[in-house]
Design a protein around this ligand. Structure first.
Ligand SMILES: Nc1ncnc2c1ncn2[C@@H]1O[C@H](COP(=O)(O)OP(=O)(O)OP(=O)(O)O)[C@@H](O)[C@H]1O
Ligand SMILES: [Mg+2]
Length: 297
């Protein structure tokens, strides 16, 4: 069962194509990373899923429910922690959660156990009578996450949930997200912390200038873009030689994976220069390297 399927989605703001013919699917149980530089179209895509942006072309389904034709059913299945939040500044934070539950048709007395649990989980129970304006930045982020979970969504959408959150809390959030993902919540995560995506997600898509430029299992993506390298350290400088996919930097020789077949050649050249090899390291690209390379083009 697809938790989310997006087909040929386009969304323009006047001349600007913020989302340009994007298609991808998220399977039930996935922890899906959605990456892209500033202005790439991530939030716009999310706004289309949520029915917050009106799109002219394409189709979006959440667990098989069309978000235009079956809006209420689809919306019930989703929880969103938005990039920019929109809390009522005069509500205390317990009421923020109770109101959100009410939006899904959950009565206060039925919502309270979950509200209590979430306030505790996100260490907000000491602040429940305080209004939103009196929270710190990190507390607001936690509240946004708690609010996204109040209806026990099957698809949780997190638009930069850990921006401005301290390291300790970030690690705690990671643990919590991993836990609910294991328990069956499908998660779509956007983040500028690529280590976070690398750590948590099983699949990754990259959007750039409105277009999807990668979408694969994380491991496959890293394998497909096999662009690690081997670094050879020498005891002395040698003269550079022209060999494809090989770079000479004084004592350091870099052999890109595309040039692996040249290794024998390279070792031969090093020997002919009477240099001694002191160290050989193979370096695998991180998701960050892949991301930067793909979005630089
Ligand atoms: N309401 C709007 N009216 C006009 N243009 C918009 C609107 N919302 C977004 N855009 C434009 O659409 C493009 C995509 O923006 P979007 O917010 O989707 O980017 P993003 O990938 O979420 O970036 P970030 O990482 O900075 O959050 C940008 O060029 C942005 O200026
Ligand atoms: Mg955004």
């Amino acid at each position: 069962m697809q938790a989310l399927s997006i087909n040929n989605l386009s969304k323009s703001y006047k001349e600007l194509k913020a989302v340009d013919n994007v298609s991808f699917e998220i399977e039930k149980g996935d922890f899906f990373g959605f990456l892209g530089p500033n202005g790439a179209g991530k939030t716009t895509t999310i706004n289309c899923i949520m029915g917050l942006a009106n799109f002219s072309q394409g189709e979006i389904k959440v667990f098989g429910k069309n978000i235009k034709e079956e809006y209420r059913e689809a919306r019930k299945l989703i929880g969103l922690a938005p990039q920019d939040y929109n809390f009522d500044p005069y509500l205390n934070i317990e009421d923020v959660l109770v109101y959100q539950a009410g939006y899904y048709g959950i009565k206060k007395k039925d919502a309270m156990p979950k509200v209590k649990e979430l306030l505790e989980q996100f260490k907000l129970d000491g602040k429940k009578e305080v209004d939103f304006r009196k929270l710190s930045g990190g507390m607001k982020r936690r509240l946004a996450l708690a609010r996204a979970l109040v209806n026990s969504p099957k698809l949780l959408i997190l638009d930069e949930p850990t921006a401005g959150v301290d390291v300790e809390l970030r690690l705690e959030l990671h643990k919590y997200l991993e836990k609910i993902n294991k328990e069956g919540t499908t998660i779509l995560l956007t983040s500028h912390y690529i280590e976070e995506v690398e750590k948590l997600c099983n699949k990754v898509a990259i959007i750039h200038q409105g277009k999807l430029i990668a979408n694969d299992h994380k491991a496959k993506l890293m394998e497909k873009l096999d662009s690690g390298h081997t670094e050879i350290l020498l005891n002395k400088n040698i003269r550079p030689k022209k060999i494809e996919h090989v770079e000479f930097h004084n004592k350091r020789v870099i052999v890109w994976n595309h040039g692996r077949h040249q290794l024998k050649n390279v070792f031969g050249y090093i020997q002919s220069q009477k240099a001694i090899i002191e160290d050989v390291k193979t370096v695998k690209d991180s998701l960050q390297d892949i991301f930067l390379r793909l979005t630089k083009k």
